[in-house]
Design a binder for this molecule. Structure first.
Ligand SMILES: *Cc1c(COP(=O)(O)O)cnc(C)c1O
Length: 455
């Protein structure tokens, strides 16, 4: 067998031309979105005032296995794709493990994460529909940054509602968004009815993701020619992110490599859902025997301590109900440093796969995550995002287990992004000021008590 190179590249002819829809191969399909008023499955017409037409079609389609990627999106993908699949030779050596470790690195673009893969698709369909612009929310800022890049490429207006505390504490991400022409409003704001109401009831609040979603949806539905877009959780986002998994599959095939363990961090589930898509298909068909592990923070443990039930997607309770592993829409995670992993729920697709036993989940603490991040940065050279470092932690733990058992397992993990805007978190870690705030059972029970009643 030829020596496997440090980076496995794909030729342009090997790049995916279609996204893969894992729902087509799922035995039990993910539960449909429900109208919060009637508790009936949401129809396309009901979603049309909020979302773009083509994206609604993708959202509701559980049967079509492949969606052709439009040429305009392929052109954009070529600016930063294929992303490299790296053999972590240096990490293996540092760990002294017989395991073979690979990571798919999605941080090689200005937005610094995988979110651009879906942002460019969503901006394209908005433009194709003849819209003037889109609205969205952003917490830590990765999604807002990706969307502003995508909107700038297609000359669309982009209004970002950024959680106020991040707006004030992360001015650099805000300036990247403005460089790409987006308008960035700290949320809650006086520009919306819901924002005014929240400010009236809670003067001085620093905002939350749920509140920013409610503001962005309000502006989208009240402004002619605008729709709302979302960077994770939804079926359409996992569909677009399948490009990560399809490239990984093609790269591994070149050297006849079969993964034994696939690991990804899980916030709303989009990078993990994308990375595992073709491997999960083979696992469902009985053609691949591999473990697939979702990693979440101990401070926001949707899979490992949540309940599988219908819940609101936002705190303002204006969005449809989704069936998912959830901590309750009123759950506010403690301010951990992995902003992208602080969502109360989880993608319906991954939730169903977890419930059916195809997916494992584990949770890790912040300090152990940053220890892994630092170790990785020192040997592999890349400064990882705190979110991505959750996957690194578990990959290292599995590799150490291989060292102890002597097993030569092949481990593949998703390295979703870079950590240049997360240096305050690294500072806390280096100064020994990082701590884990883990919700108590009583806190989780309290927020789960507010789940909507759905038969
Ligand atoms: C947003 C984000 C995540 C988590 O989102 P998913 O939808 O679960 O993938 C992970 N890593 C990075 C770098 C992110 O920006």
């Amino acid at each position: 067998m030829a020596q496997i190179p440090y980076k496995i590249y794909l030729d342009e002819s090997e790049l995916p031309r279609a996204w893969y829809n894992l729902r087509a191969d799922m035995v039990n399909k993910p539960a449909p979105l429900l109208n919060p008023g009637t508790l009936k499955p949401m129809q396309a017409e009901e979603l049309a005032p909020v979302f773009c037409e083509e994206l609604i079609r993708q959202e509701l389609d559980n049967d079509t296995a492949y969606f052709e990627i439009p040429q305009e999106i392929l052109d954009f993908y070529q600016m930063y794709r294929p992303s490299p699949l790296v053999r972590a030779y240096f990490l293996e050596k540092a760990l002294g493990t017989p395991a073979k470790i690979y990571y798919k690195f999605e941080g090689n673009n200005t937005s610094g994460s995988h979110k651009l893969n879906s942002a460019i698709a969503q901006a394209y369909y908005a433009k194709k529909q003849g819209l003037a612009g889109v609205t969205t929310e952003t917490g830590a800022g990765q999604w807002g940054t990706a969307l502003s890049m995508a909107c700038s490429y297609f000359d669309l207006d982009c209004k970002v509602y950024m959680v106020k505390v991040s707006y004030e504490q992360k001015p650099f991400r805000r300036e990247v968004m403005r460089t790409y022409g987006a308008s960035v409003t700290p949320s809650p704001s006086l520009t919306t009815e819901i924002g005014k109401k929240i400010l009236n009831e809670h003067p001085g609040t620093t905002g939350s993701l749920g509140c920013a979603i409610s503001e962005a949806v309000e502006v989208a539905t009240k402004t002619p020619g605008y729709r709302y877009v979302l960077g994770s959780v939804l079926n359409q986002v996992l569909l677009h992110q399948s490009v990560i998994g399809l490239e990984t599959e093609a790269a591994l095939k070149k050297y006849d490599i079969k993964p034994d363990i696939i690991i990804g961090c899980a916030g709303g589930g989009s990078n993990l859902g994308g990375l595992i898509a073709p491997f999960m298909r083979d696992k469902i068909r009985g053609k691949l025997d591999c473990r697939i592990i979702a990693v979440e923070p101990k401070s926001c443990p949707s899979f490992t301590r949540g309940t599988y039930a219908y819940d609101f997607c936002d705190t303002g309770m204006v969005c449809p109900l989704a069936k998912m592993y959830t901590l309750g829409s009123s759950f506010i995670p403690s301010p951990n440093h992995a902003g992208g992993l602080r969502y109360h729920g989880m993608s319906s697709i991954l939730s169903q796969l977890y419930d059916d036993g195809y997916l494992e989940a584990t949770s890790v603490g912040q300090v152990e995550v940053f220890q892994a991040a630092e170790q990785f940065a020192r040997v592999e050279g890349i400064l990882p995002a705190p979110e991505s470092s959750h996957a690194i932690r578990v990959a290292i733990d599995e590799a150490i287990r291989c060292r102890e058992s002597g097993e030569e397992k092949t481990i593949v993990f998703g390295l979703t992004g870079t950590g240049y805007f997360d240096l305050v978190a690294y500072e806390k870690f280096h100064d020994g000021k990082m701590e884990d705030q883990i919700p108590t059972d009583a806190e989780l029970e309290a927020s789960l008590k507010n789940l909507p009643r759905v038969e």
